[in-house]
Design a binder for this molecule. Structure first.
Ligand SMILES: [Zn+2]
Length: 448
């Protein structure tokens, strides 16, 4: 029984971007039909010339609840998601306390998230030294895969792993047919660089950039490719920044290794040369690098070496950003961007000659696949959840604190004029957000 139809002249289906009508029944897409195949009596939303697209799936979000809810939380994060056309997020296992590295920790997180979410939420588990025995239980309970760090994670309750830890964990993840997400920086080159930082101005972005050299990422990628080859464990490189490692990744992909790569809007938008002194809201790890590096990342997006773009939304309290001193070395590293990922990427893609089908592939299809949600999310097709964003690619808006829905308003995108205004967001057929207002804010489910 069809109970709702959304149609438009620019509907993004797996095959075309063009006129179509999306027939919805009980929260799912029943069929994609001709634009004028609209039986009388069924409620109709006509998007006109706005884009009708599968909602973005943001597979890299730090919600930080429970434990650091003053940084962010399920209610605020998922409202920001809905306002940004993101209909599913996958929460990272760290920065919340406890971290999602044990079944008990996961239960606490599920309890904290329940009933608060405006969009659907799935979860990554974590790999830390000694928790291999927990992994099967975490999968059984519903995590979508596991994240690990090869360097200090920024929080002490989520310790990083070494090659010998991975030699224990990766065969188990392969046995579980799951995926290992890797923060790919190793300590060696960073420790080496630390020696030459004495006397440099911590307010200069250059100082911070030289403290996180490309070699740290390059060596980490080399290690992960080797372990992927040896163990057969599927791996995914999160927030990739160093362009030097792209040829290595390309070669591994050409060899058929089970490997995917994400990058984030900030690496594709900003350039180290332009970051003002003391502007610690641009700090993240690995860092935003030089303009030349950014241009090579774009080539990798174009040739498919980089599969997807996710936010790595990682906010904190304004105090931890040390805005008064502007000390890059001591400020918390993490960029808040969940709400503006779609317009930021669209503004970039449009300028560089890509289309809305590319946006959909990078921000909906591929992240859904990574998180094992592609049986129901990431596409407008029969049988899929009616997770839909209607947005206008020609209109512009300015990023100002008043429109930001996540808990803290500090973001490096502040003041930018962006193309792509999100008009309406539907989660499983239910309207959540419309033109600046929230309609139903608790419709999100935990996908486990
Ligand atoms: Zn992250």
């Amino acid at each position: 029984m069809i109970n709702q139809i959304i149609r438009g002249h620019r509907v993004v289906t797996p095959l075309i971007v063009g006129p179509a009508s999306v027939h919805i029944s009980e929260g799912r897409i029943a069929a994609i039909r001709e634009w004028d195949d609209v039986p009388a009596g069924i409620p109709l939303t006509d998007a006109g010339s706005s884009v009708v697209m599968p909602g973005n799936v943001d597979a890299h979000v730090h919600v930080n609840e429970p434990g650091r809810t003053e940084w962010e939380g399920y209610e605020t994060a998922t409202k920001a998601a809905a306002a940004g056309g993101v209909t599913s997020i996958v929460d990272m296992p760290l920065n919340s306390i406890p971290p999602t590295t044990t079944l008990a920790g996961f239960e606490e997180k599920l309890a904290a998230a329940e009933g608060k979410c405006a969009v659907d939420v799935a979860f990554w588990g974590g790999v830390v030294p000694g928790n291999t025995a927990e992994l099967a239980d975490l999968i059984e309970r519903g995590v979508r895969g596991f994240k690990c760090f090869l360097i200090h994670s920024g929080v002490d309750e989520f310790p990083h792993v070494t090659e010998s830890d991975l030699r224990v964990a990766m065969p188990e993840i392969a046995r579980l047919r799951s995926v290992l997400l890797v923060h790919a920086e190793v300590p060696g080159p960073i420790n080496l660089a630390a020696a030459s930082l004495a006397g440099l101005d911590p307010r200069k972005y250059e100082t911070f950039l030289s403290s996180r050299p490309r070699e740290s990422e390059n060596e980490a990628i080399e290690l992960m490719i080797r372990l992927c080859r040896e163990t057969g464990c599927q791996i995914h490189i999160v927030h990739h920044s160093s362009s030097d490692a792209l040829p290595m990744l390309r070669a591994a992909l050409d060899d058929g290794l089970p490997l995917t790569v994400e990058t984030c809007p900030h690496y594709l938008t900003f350039a180290a040369e332009d970051v003002p002194d003391g502007a610690t809201h641009y700090k993240c790890c690995p860092p935003v690098r030089e303009r030349e590096n950014r241009e090579k990342l774009w080539k990798a997006v174009a040739d498919g070496t980089i599969d997807m773009v996710v936010s790595d939304h990682s906010p904190c309290t304004p105090a931890l950003k040390l805005q008064e001193t502007g000390d890059f070395m001591d400020a918390w590293g993490g960029i808040a961007a969940l709400q503006v990922g779609l317009p930021v990427m669209w503004t970039n893609l449009k300028k560089r000659g890509f289309g809305v089908a590319d946006l959909t592939r990078l921000m909906s299809v591929q992240p859904a696949k990574l998180a094992g949600l592609d049986y129901r999310k990431g596409k407008l097709a029969a049988g899929y959840d009616a997770d839909i964003v209607i947005w206008n690619p020609e209109s512009e808006f300015k990023v100002v604190p008043e429109i930001i829905q996540n808990r803290h308003k500090l973001t490096p995108y502040s003041g930018m004029e962006l193309y792509g205004v999100v008009e309406t967001t539907y989660v499983r057929g239910q309207k959540v957000y419309e033109n600046g207002d929230f309609v139903g804010t608790k419709v999100g489910e935990l996908v486990i």
